[in-house]
Structures are given as C-alpha cells and as structure tokens.
Design a protein around this ligand. Structure first.
Ligand SMILES: Nc1ncnc2c1ncn2[C@@H]1O[C@H](COP(=O)(O)OP(=O)(O)OP(=O)(O)O)[C@@H](O)[C@H]1O
Length: 240
C-alpha cells in the first residue's frame, strides 16, 4: 500500500517563484525513502511543503490515498503524519518528560501508555527524563525530537536532515534508531545531505535536482550508479 504520494508538486516561499518544480514521489508502507540532491535543490522545501509549512501552488499530496495538499501543519499529526524539523525541534527549556508530555496533551494521546512505549524505544531518554532538553548532547536531542514526533503515533514520519551537526558516530546511532522506529510499523521519509549514511538505511531514494525528482531507485542502485553519483550526489558535507 502506498503510504505517501507526492504528485507533480510545486511549492515555494513567494508567489510565482516555485522552488519545488514538479517533484513526484511514491513511498510504500514501511519503507525508508531518502530524498537526496545537491545543495539548494529544494529538498527541505519539498519536505516542508508536504508538512504544511511552505505554500503549495500545484500538484497533490496524498497520505494513504487521502488528499492532504496544503493542510495546515498543526493538523497533520492528527492525520498520521509526523515531522521532525531540522532545527528548533525540541523545547530546550523543558525537560525530556515535559517535551513528550506536552506533545501528548496537544494531541490528546493517552500519556502514560504512549510515553511508556516511547521510553522503551528510547531508553537513554528514559534514564534522563528530568533533564532539560537544552542540556542534551546533539545526538540525544535528535532522539528526543524523533520521540516527540512519534507521540501521535504517526504512520509516516518525515525528517529534515536528521544527521545535521552530528559526528559520524552519532549519525550511525541516530540512523540505527530510525531503523528500529521503522520496525514498529512506521514509514520513514528523510531528506539528507549525508548520502552515504542515508543510503545505508534507505530502501529507496529519490534525487531532487532544481526542484524536480530526476532519479528514483533502490538505495543499492543509486549507491552503485557512477553517473548518478557524479552528476547529482557529488561530495557533500558528511559524505565521507
Ligand atoms: N525561508 C525561505 N525563504 C525564501 N527562500 C528560501 C527559504 N528557504 C530556502 N529558500 C531557498 O530555496 C532554495 C532551496 O532551498 P532548500 O533548503 O529547500 O534546499 P535543499 O536542497 O534542502 O538544500 P540544502 O541541502 O543546502 O539544505 C534555495 O535557493 C534557498 O535559498
């Protein structure tokens, strides 16, 4: 079953100046799909447009065959779509517990059960639950951002550059956690500059160039395609 379908999407920050220009993507249930591409290709803009944070001027977004095009960001967790922004993705002045508690209150999720499940998935967070989020290391903070986005039990979780600012070791730890999250039945879409790390966990990937999806293939095909590598993937930050 198709979990998320993006059809010929156009989106941008100013009217008449689309940054995303005809991006199409189909993500099957329980897949991990990476959106890759050169700097400035519009990867973040695409994921933010799906997440209701950038205006869409053409095309459609469907979540499990239900159209959600242009749906306001705050409504999407109720539709089963979770989003982890690249920055400001936790409340730094609140504890881990309060970050999760607040998300559960807003989404009207049974707190005790859901936080118990999330603490079982993220034991490091459970151990430090009274600690302020602002005092967490980069990797732990990213884990909390993922946990927060999971509070509403999304069917599809989208992440904007989860590896940003993390050491290669921490990228590995965070990405392994994403594989565990997928094993709980969550479909994952991630935008990444770290091509190598993303292709290591992804089933398939799409390469976005100048706002449109140019190549879609299995992670293995893309990793081994010298033309794709030379043309589109290049040598990006963290790609070592
Ligand atoms: N808030 C904004 N307002 C106006 N233009 C923006 C905004 N954010 C990004 N852009 C522009 O949109 C274009 C695509 O940016 P975007 O961040 O989507 O690319 P990207 O592929 O995610 O790149 P990177 O990998 O460098 O983050 C760039 O030209 C950028 O300057």
């Amino acid at each position: 079953m198709t979990a998320l379908r993006v059809e010929a999407l156009e989106a941008g920050y100013e009217p008449g100046l689309p940054i995303v220009r005809g991006a199409s993507l189909s993500v099957e249930s329980n897949e991990i799909v990476a959106v890759l591409g050169p700097n400035g290709a519009g990867k973040s803009t695409l994921i933010k447009a799906i997440a209701g944070l950038v205006p869409i001027s053409a095309g459609r977004v469907l979540l499990h065959d239900r159209e959600i095009t242009g749906r306001a960001a705050h409504r999407l967790p109720h539709e089963g779509l979770g989003f982890v922004p690249q920055t400001e993705n936790v409340f730094v002045n609140l504890s881990i517990d309060d970050n999760l508690d607040l998300a559960a209150s807003i989404l009207k999720v049974p707190k005790k059960r859901r936080l118990g499940e999330l603490y079982a998935l993220f034991p490091d967070l459970a151990r430090q639950r009274r600690l302020l989020a602002g005092r967490l290391s980069g990797g732990q903070r990213q884990m909390l951002a993922v946990a927060r986005a999971l509070v509403g039990e999304p069917k599809v979780l989208m992440l904007d550059e989860p590896s940003a600012g993390l050491s290669p070791k921490l990228v590995g730890i965070v990405f392994e956690k994403l594989v565990e999250v997928r094993a709980t039945g969550v479909t994952i879409v991630l935008v990444e500059q770290n091509v190598k790390a993303a292709l290591a966990i992804a089933d398939r990937a799409a390469v976005l160039v100048e706002g449109s999806t140019r190549v879609v293939g299995t992670a293995r095909e893309l990793a081994n395609d010298p033309q794709v590598a030379a043309l589109y993937l290049g040598h990006h930050r963290g790609d070592t």
